[in-house]
Design a protein around this ligand. Structure first.
Ligand SMILES: C[S@@+](CC[C@H](N)C(=O)[O-])C[C@H]1O[C@@H](n2cnc3c(N)ncnc32)[C@H](O)[C@@H]1O
Length: 288
Protein backbone atom coordinates (compact mmCIF):
# COMPACT_ATOMS: atom_id res chain seq x y z
CA UNK A 1 0.00 0.00 0.00
CA UNK A 2 1.78 3.18 -1.08
CA UNK A 3 1.49 6.10 1.32
CA UNK A 4 0.95 9.22 -0.73
CA UNK A 5 -0.31 11.82 1.71
CA UNK A 6 2.17 14.64 2.16
CA UNK A 7 3.35 15.42 5.65
CA UNK A 8 2.39 18.80 6.97
CA UNK A 9 2.97 20.80 10.09
CA UNK A 10 0.27 20.70 12.79
CA UNK A 11 -2.85 22.60 11.75
CA UNK A 12 -3.97 25.61 13.76
CA UNK A 13 -7.53 24.30 13.49
CA UNK A 14 -6.95 21.00 15.36
CA UNK A 15 -9.22 19.45 16.43
CA UNK A 16 -11.15 20.63 13.38
CA UNK A 17 -14.45 22.49 13.51
CA UNK A 18 -16.71 19.47 13.01
CA UNK A 19 -14.48 17.02 14.88
CA UNK A 20 -16.70 17.54 17.90
CA UNK A 21 -19.81 15.61 18.78
CA UNK A 22 -22.12 18.54 19.53
CA UNK A 23 -21.12 20.40 16.36
CA UNK A 24 -21.58 17.21 14.32
CA UNK A 25 -25.00 16.76 15.93
CA UNK A 26 -26.16 20.20 14.76
CA UNK A 27 -24.53 19.77 11.36
CA UNK A 28 -26.65 16.64 10.79
CA UNK A 29 -29.73 18.30 12.24
CA UNK A 30 -29.82 20.23 8.95
CA UNK A 31 -27.87 18.00 6.53
CA UNK A 32 -30.20 15.07 7.32
CA UNK A 33 -32.96 16.87 5.41
CA UNK A 34 -31.09 16.53 2.10
CA UNK A 35 -28.45 13.88 2.96
CA UNK A 36 -29.76 11.12 0.67
CA UNK A 37 -30.26 13.56 -2.21
CA UNK A 38 -26.81 15.16 -1.93
CA UNK A 39 -24.06 13.04 -0.38
CA UNK A 40 -25.09 9.72 -1.88
CA UNK A 41 -25.38 11.09 -5.39
CA UNK A 42 -21.98 12.81 -5.41
CA UNK A 43 -19.02 11.94 -3.20
CA UNK A 44 -20.39 8.66 -1.72
CA UNK A 45 -21.90 6.58 -4.47
CA UNK A 46 -23.53 3.13 -4.44
CA UNK A 47 -20.49 1.73 -6.29
CA UNK A 48 -18.16 2.98 -3.57
CA UNK A 49 -20.42 1.69 -0.81
CA UNK A 50 -20.68 -1.74 -2.44
CA UNK A 51 -16.88 -1.87 -2.77
CA UNK A 52 -16.60 -1.23 0.98
CA UNK A 53 -19.29 -3.77 1.86
CA UNK A 54 -17.48 -6.32 -0.31
CA UNK A 55 -14.40 -5.87 1.91
CA UNK A 56 -16.49 -6.90 4.92
CA UNK A 57 -16.85 -10.53 3.69
CA UNK A 58 -20.53 -10.92 4.51
CA UNK A 59 -20.57 -14.58 3.56
CA UNK A 60 -23.31 -15.79 5.91
CA UNK A 61 -26.83 -14.25 6.14
CA UNK A 62 -26.91 -15.01 9.88
CA UNK A 63 -23.99 -12.74 10.67
CA UNK A 64 -24.52 -10.10 13.36
CA UNK A 65 -23.53 -6.71 11.96
CA UNK A 66 -23.30 -3.25 13.52
CA UNK A 67 -23.31 -0.16 11.32
CA UNK A 68 -21.83 2.64 13.42
CA UNK A 69 -22.66 6.19 12.38
CA UNK A 70 -25.18 4.49 10.13
CA UNK A 71 -27.12 7.72 9.60
CA UNK A 72 -29.92 7.43 7.05
CA UNK A 73 -29.01 3.78 6.43
CA UNK A 74 -27.31 4.24 3.07
CA UNK A 75 -24.50 1.81 3.96
CA UNK A 76 -26.91 -0.50 5.78
CA UNK A 77 -28.88 -0.84 2.54
CA UNK A 78 -25.74 -2.43 1.07
CA UNK A 79 -25.29 -4.66 4.15
CA UNK A 80 -28.85 -6.06 4.10
CA UNK A 81 -28.26 -7.24 0.53
CA UNK A 82 -26.06 -9.92 2.15
CA UNK A 83 -27.33 -10.55 5.67
CA UNK A 84 -30.71 -10.84 7.36
CA UNK A 85 -31.86 -7.35 8.40
CA UNK A 86 -32.96 -8.59 11.82
CA UNK A 87 -29.29 -9.26 12.67
CA UNK A 88 -28.25 -5.70 11.81
CA UNK A 89 -28.06 -2.73 14.17
CA UNK A 90 -27.77 0.86 12.98
CA UNK A 91 -26.28 3.22 15.56
CA UNK A 92 -25.94 6.97 15.23
CA UNK A 93 -25.78 9.99 17.50
CA UNK A 94 -28.25 11.89 15.30
CA UNK A 95 -31.95 11.10 15.79
CA UNK A 96 -32.63 13.15 12.67
CA UNK A 97 -30.48 10.92 10.50
CA UNK A 98 -31.96 7.79 12.08
CA UNK A 99 -35.50 9.03 11.42
CA UNK A 100 -34.69 8.77 7.70
CA UNK A 101 -33.35 5.21 8.12
CA UNK A 102 -36.57 4.22 9.90
CA UNK A 103 -38.57 5.17 6.82
CA UNK A 104 -36.72 2.73 4.53
CA UNK A 105 -38.61 -0.48 3.83
CA UNK A 106 -35.52 -2.80 3.50
CA UNK A 107 -34.35 -1.62 6.95
CA UNK A 108 -37.64 -2.14 8.80
CA UNK A 109 -36.33 -5.24 10.63
CA UNK A 110 -33.04 -3.63 11.67
CA UNK A 111 -32.49 -2.43 15.21
CA UNK A 112 -32.04 1.35 15.14
CA UNK A 113 -30.49 3.04 18.18
CA UNK A 114 -28.90 6.31 19.25
CA UNK A 115 -25.37 6.09 20.59
CA UNK A 116 -21.79 7.26 20.47
CA UNK A 117 -19.22 5.57 18.24
CA UNK A 118 -16.57 6.13 20.89
CA UNK A 119 -18.60 4.40 23.59
CA UNK A 120 -20.69 1.67 21.99
CA UNK A 121 -23.64 0.17 23.89
CA UNK A 122 -22.82 -3.38 22.76
CA UNK A 123 -21.26 -6.15 24.85
CA UNK A 124 -17.66 -7.17 24.19
CA UNK A 125 -17.30 -9.90 21.51
CA UNK A 126 -20.87 -9.24 20.30
CA UNK A 127 -20.86 -8.90 16.51
CA UNK A 128 -19.40 -10.77 13.54
CA UNK A 129 -18.87 -7.58 11.60
CA UNK A 130 -18.47 -3.86 12.30
CA UNK A 131 -18.85 -1.23 9.60
CA UNK A 132 -18.64 2.54 9.87
CA UNK A 133 -18.72 4.74 6.80
CA UNK A 134 -18.08 8.47 6.82
CA UNK A 135 -18.18 8.80 10.61
CA UNK A 136 -14.55 8.74 11.75
CA UNK A 137 -14.02 12.31 10.53
CA UNK A 138 -16.22 13.53 13.41
CA UNK A 139 -14.55 11.52 16.17
CA UNK A 140 -12.56 13.68 18.59
CA UNK A 141 -10.45 10.57 19.36
CA UNK A 142 -10.32 8.26 16.36
CA UNK A 143 -8.18 5.73 18.22
CA UNK A 144 -10.96 5.36 20.80
CA UNK A 145 -13.54 4.64 18.09
CA UNK A 146 -11.26 2.07 16.44
CA UNK A 147 -10.68 0.43 19.85
CA UNK A 148 -14.46 0.19 20.27
CA UNK A 149 -14.73 -1.49 16.86
CA UNK A 150 -12.19 -4.04 18.12
CA UNK A 151 -13.98 -4.60 21.42
CA UNK A 152 -17.47 -5.24 20.05
CA UNK A 153 -16.58 -7.81 17.40
CA UNK A 154 -15.95 -11.47 18.07
CA UNK A 155 -12.62 -13.24 17.70
CA UNK A 156 -12.07 -13.73 13.97
CA UNK A 157 -14.59 -10.97 13.20
CA UNK A 158 -13.88 -8.14 10.78
CA UNK A 159 -14.14 -4.37 11.06
CA UNK A 160 -14.33 -1.95 8.16
CA UNK A 161 -14.00 1.82 8.43
CA UNK A 162 -14.53 4.15 5.48
CA UNK A 163 -13.35 7.71 5.76
CA UNK A 164 -11.70 10.70 4.12
CA UNK A 165 -8.09 10.94 3.04
CA UNK A 166 -5.87 13.92 3.56
CA UNK A 167 -5.41 15.99 0.37
CA UNK A 168 -2.01 16.68 -1.13
CA UNK A 169 -3.00 20.06 -2.62
CA UNK A 170 -2.17 22.94 -0.25
CA UNK A 171 -5.47 24.81 -0.69
CA UNK A 172 -7.55 21.71 -0.12
CA UNK A 173 -5.44 20.96 2.96
CA UNK A 174 -6.47 24.31 4.45
CA UNK A 175 -10.18 23.65 3.88
CA UNK A 176 -9.90 20.05 5.06
CA UNK A 177 -8.15 21.12 8.26
CA UNK A 178 -10.72 23.82 8.83
CA UNK A 179 -13.62 21.44 8.47
CA UNK A 180 -13.04 17.98 9.94
CA UNK A 181 -10.60 15.11 10.31
CA UNK A 182 -9.02 13.98 7.04
CA UNK A 183 -6.58 11.27 8.22
CA UNK A 184 -3.57 10.18 6.23
CA UNK A 185 -3.66 6.63 4.96
CA UNK A 186 -0.83 5.64 7.27
CA UNK A 187 -2.76 7.02 10.27
CA UNK A 188 -5.67 4.68 9.57
CA UNK A 189 -3.32 1.73 9.41
CA UNK A 190 -1.63 2.79 12.65
CA UNK A 191 -4.95 3.17 14.54
CA UNK A 192 -6.03 -0.31 13.46
CA UNK A 193 -2.72 -1.91 14.34
CA UNK A 194 -2.53 -0.15 17.71
CA UNK A 195 -6.07 -1.29 18.52
CA UNK A 196 -4.87 -4.88 18.00
CA UNK A 197 -6.24 -5.71 14.55
CA UNK A 198 -4.26 -8.00 12.27
CA UNK A 199 -4.31 -8.40 8.49
CA UNK A 200 -4.97 -4.65 8.18
CA UNK A 201 -5.68 -3.59 4.59
CA UNK A 202 -6.49 -0.29 2.94
CA UNK A 203 -8.41 0.06 -0.30
CA UNK A 204 -8.85 3.39 -2.02
CA UNK A 205 -12.35 4.42 -2.97
CA UNK A 206 -13.45 7.11 -5.35
CA UNK A 207 -16.33 7.90 -7.68
CA UNK A 208 -15.70 6.85 -11.31
CA UNK A 209 -15.32 10.46 -12.42
CA UNK A 210 -12.71 11.31 -9.77
CA UNK A 211 -9.34 10.79 -11.44
CA UNK A 212 -6.99 13.00 -9.45
CA UNK A 213 -7.48 10.65 -6.58
CA UNK A 214 -5.50 12.07 -3.66
CA UNK A 215 -4.91 15.66 -4.80
CA UNK A 216 -7.94 17.28 -3.20
CA UNK A 217 -8.81 14.47 -0.84
CA UNK A 218 -12.18 12.82 -0.70
CA UNK A 219 -14.72 12.68 2.10
CA UNK A 220 -15.07 8.93 1.54
CA UNK A 221 -11.62 8.17 0.17
CA UNK A 222 -10.55 4.84 1.61
CA UNK A 223 -11.78 1.72 3.28
CA UNK A 224 -9.66 0.07 5.99
CA UNK A 225 -10.29 -3.43 7.28
CA UNK A 226 -8.80 -5.56 10.03
CA UNK A 227 -9.40 -8.91 11.73
CA UNK A 228 -9.71 -9.34 15.50
CA UNK A 229 -7.30 -12.13 16.48
CA UNK A 230 -8.41 -12.61 20.12
CA UNK A 231 -11.40 -12.17 22.38
CA UNK A 232 -11.88 -9.16 24.67
CA UNK A 233 -11.05 -5.47 24.58
CA UNK A 234 -8.21 -3.77 22.75
CA UNK A 235 -4.82 -4.23 24.38
CA UNK A 236 -4.38 -0.47 24.00
CA UNK A 237 -5.84 1.05 27.14
CA UNK A 238 -6.95 4.68 26.87
CA UNK A 239 -7.71 7.23 29.58
CA UNK A 240 -11.07 8.98 30.03
CA UNK A 241 -12.87 10.41 26.98
CA UNK A 242 -11.73 13.93 26.10
CA UNK A 243 -15.20 14.98 25.00
CA UNK A 244 -18.46 14.29 26.79
CA UNK A 245 -21.59 15.38 24.90
CA UNK A 246 -23.51 15.81 28.13
CA UNK A 247 -21.16 18.57 29.28
CA UNK A 248 -21.83 22.16 28.19
CA UNK A 249 -19.70 23.90 25.60
CA UNK A 250 -18.60 27.54 25.42
CA UNK A 251 -21.21 29.14 23.07
CA UNK A 252 -18.65 31.42 21.40
CA UNK A 253 -16.37 28.48 20.69
CA UNK A 254 -19.35 26.51 19.41
CA UNK A 255 -20.34 29.32 17.01
CA UNK A 256 -16.74 29.77 15.84
CA UNK A 257 -16.44 26.08 15.01
CA UNK A 258 -19.80 26.17 13.21
CA UNK A 259 -18.58 29.15 11.19
CA UNK A 260 -15.35 27.34 10.21
CA UNK A 261 -17.32 24.21 9.44
CA UNK A 262 -19.67 26.24 7.25
CA UNK A 263 -16.72 27.51 5.18
CA UNK A 264 -15.14 24.05 5.00
CA UNK A 265 -18.30 22.27 3.91
CA UNK A 266 -18.94 24.80 1.15
CA UNK A 267 -15.43 24.53 -0.26
CA UNK A 268 -15.55 20.75 -0.07
CA UNK A 269 -18.92 20.69 -1.80
CA UNK A 270 -17.38 22.53 -4.74
CA UNK A 271 -14.48 20.09 -5.15
CA UNK A 272 -16.57 17.18 -6.53
CA UNK A 273 -18.19 19.57 -9.03
CA UNK A 274 -14.78 20.91 -10.06
CA UNK A 275 -13.38 17.39 -10.43
CA UNK A 276 -16.42 16.24 -12.38
CA UNK A 277 -16.02 19.12 -14.86
CA UNK A 278 -12.29 18.37 -15.21
CA UNK A 279 -13.09 14.72 -15.88
CA UNK A 280 -15.37 15.78 -18.75
CA UNK A 281 -12.76 18.13 -20.27
CA UNK A 282 -9.33 16.51 -19.77
CA UNK A 283 -8.53 13.62 -22.20
CA UNK A 284 -8.73 10.20 -20.56
CA UNK A 285 -5.03 9.39 -20.86
CA UNK A 286 -4.03 12.55 -18.94
CA UNK A 287 -4.03 12.79 -15.12
CA UNK A 288 -6.13 15.52 -13.49
C1 LIG B 1 -21.45 11.11 6.50
S1 LIG B 1 -22.72 10.44 7.57
C2 LIG B 1 -22.60 8.74 7.12
C3 LIG B 1 -23.89 8.02 7.23
C4 LIG B 1 -23.88 6.60 6.69
N1 LIG B 1 -22.87 5.78 7.33
C5 LIG B 1 -23.70 6.53 5.20
O1 LIG B 1 -22.93 5.70 4.74
O2 LIG B 1 -24.33 7.30 4.47
C6 LIG B 1 -21.91 10.47 9.14
C7 LIG B 1 -22.81 10.02 10.29
O3 LIG B 1 -22.01 9.88 11.47
C8 LIG B 1 -22.79 10.29 12.58
N2 LIG B 1 -21.89 10.57 13.70
C9 LIG B 1 -20.97 11.55 13.81
N3 LIG B 1 -20.31 11.43 14.97
C10 LIG B 1 -20.81 10.34 15.60
C11 LIG B 1 -20.54 9.69 16.84
N4 LIG B 1 -19.59 10.14 17.67
N5 LIG B 1 -21.25 8.60 17.16
C12 LIG B 1 -22.23 8.13 16.34
N6 LIG B 1 -22.53 8.69 15.16
C13 LIG B 1 -21.83 9.78 14.79
C14 LIG B 1 -23.55 11.48 12.05
O4 LIG B 1 -24.67 11.78 12.85
C15 LIG B 1 -23.90 11.02 10.64
O5 LIG B 1 -25.16 10.40 10.57
Amino acid sequence: MPATSTSRSASVFKPRAMQHKREAFWFYRFLSIIYDQSTNLGPWTEDMRDAAVEELDLNDPNMVVVDVGGGTGFTTMGVVNHVDAKNVTILDQSPHQLAKAKQKEPLKDCTIIEGDAEDLPFPTDYADRYISCGCIEYWPEPQRGVNEAFRVIKKGGKACIVGPVYPTHWLSQIFADMWMLFPKEEEYIEWFQKAGFVDVKLRRLNPKWYRGVRRHGLIMGCCVTGIKPTTGSSPLVLGPKIEDVKKGVNPILFLWRCFLGFIGVHCYSLIPIYMWIKDQIVPEDRPI
